[in-house]
Design a protein around this ligand. Structure first.
Ligand SMILES: Nc1ncnc2c1ncn2[C@@H]1O[C@H](COP(=O)(O)OP(=O)(O)O)[C@@H](O)[C@H]1O
Ligand SMILES: [Mg+2]
Length: 341
């Protein structure tokens, strides 16, 4: 496959989505990595700027040697090391044999003043969004296969919190909370912040929320798996004609219905492109074909939940929220996607 375009999430300021004083979803940002601190860190590891292999939305990734990368995060308050240790333990406990591609391994977490660095196994491949022509049917099929395959990854044993990196007192922090009550709490917390904004652009928002409440107030009886929470083409690495790794678990990672990832991945594909509605419809129809008829309605519900949860998570400097690409993406999901009903 050939390089066609690079799909980029806007990389911006750190965004903390708060419930009271507690962050619910906390996204760090590469723009917080200060130049001097980065130079010092690179010098300590005998690296230079030519060793940079990727800049993500949260981290910069350097090639350390033939087997390892160094992932660098901003951590101005020195508060994030525990989260990365939690992620390291999570990766250690994954039943990797269940999926047909590599998953991350964190060897160490190091604090370097205002930066955090993890030493991780070098994974094979380059981001799908970078090296694949995402417009061809083969790419869509490989993407959907890989996303669906993640549903076979069981949650690491032990009654951990539903949301891997939830802070104390936030939805998803308490062990034993069911999938539906957890999603309902998360949704309601986020709606406090975004309902009034969304209602101006999505006239049906109250009907959508009412239907979501009806669903989430019913018992959940489906499967439980690791939910990555942010599957889009740059978090799938591609090599030798197939998906070689899935990276970037963390910020949105949960335990719950694997269909949540499938739905999110469909609407995150070519998410800022002009043909997106046609592409999403095609992917969602294929996903529905792979899903028992009793569960197909969940594809819609999860896409709507993901749009509401993330609509204000990717601010762009000096722009009102309504003018940002990700907010407009969320509105398109909530308002313009034809579900045939
Ligand atoms: N272990 C790894 N081996 C090889 N490449 C990696 C590895 N981890 C990350 N990358 C590359 O760095 C990019 C950004 O990393 P990612 O984990 O997605 O962080 P971010 O949260 O910043 O998006 C990925 O898209 C991938 O290209
Ligand atoms: Mg990423």
């Amino acid at each position: 496959m050939t390089f066609s375009f690079k799909s980029n999430r806007p990389a911006n300021r750190t965004t903390a989505i708060a419930s009271g004083s507690h962050p619910v979803i906390h996204r760090r940002d590469v723009s917080g990595i200060t130049a001097q601190a980065e130079r010092d860190l690179l010098a300590a590891h005998h690296l230079n700027s030519a060793d940079l292999i990727a800049t993500g939305t949260e981290a910069k990734v350097y090639l350390l040697d033939s087997e390892q990368v160094l992932k660098v995060y901003a951590d101005p308050d020195g508060t994030q090391a525990a989260r990365l240790q939690t992620l390291r333990t999570f990766y250690d406990r994954l039943d990797r044999g269940r999926v047909p591609y590599a998953l991350p391994v964190i060897h160490s977490v190091e604090q370097h003043g205002p930066l955090l660095a993890t030493r991780e196994a070098l994974l094979p491949g380059r981001p799908m969004g970078e090296v694949c022509d995402l417009t061809i049917p083969e790419a869509e099929a490989l993407y959907l296969d890989a996303v669906t395959a993640l549903g076979a990854l069981p949650p690491p044993s032990g009654a951990g919190p539903r949301m891997l990196l939830a802070g104390p007192g936030t939805p998803g922090a308490e062990p034993g909370l069911g999938w539906h009550p957890f999603l309902r709490r998360l949704l309601d917390t986020r709606l406090e912040a975004v309902h009034d904004i969304l209602s101006a652009d999505v006239p049906r928002i109250d009907t959508i929320v009412k239907d979501l409440h009806t669903l989430l107030d019913s018992p959940y009886t489906g499967p439980e798996a690791v939910v990555h929470g942010d599957l889009y083409p740059d978090n799938l690495l591609f090599a030798g004609g197939s998906v070689s790794a899935v990276v970037d678990f963390g910020t949105f990672t949960m335990t719950g219905d694997p269909l949540y990832d499938v739905s999110g991945a469909c609407v995150y594909y070519r998410q800022y492109e002009a043909d997106r509605l046609t592409v999403w419809r095609r992917l969602l129809d294929q996903a529905a074909d792979r899903t028992p008829s009793s569960r197909r309605h969940l594809l819609r519900a999860y896409a709507e939940i993901i749009a509401i949860l993330t609509c204000d998570l990717y601010p762009e400097n000096h722009k009102p929220l309504q003018a940002t690409g990700h907010y407009q993406w969320a509105v398109t999901v909530l308002r313009d996607l034809d579900w045939g009903s």
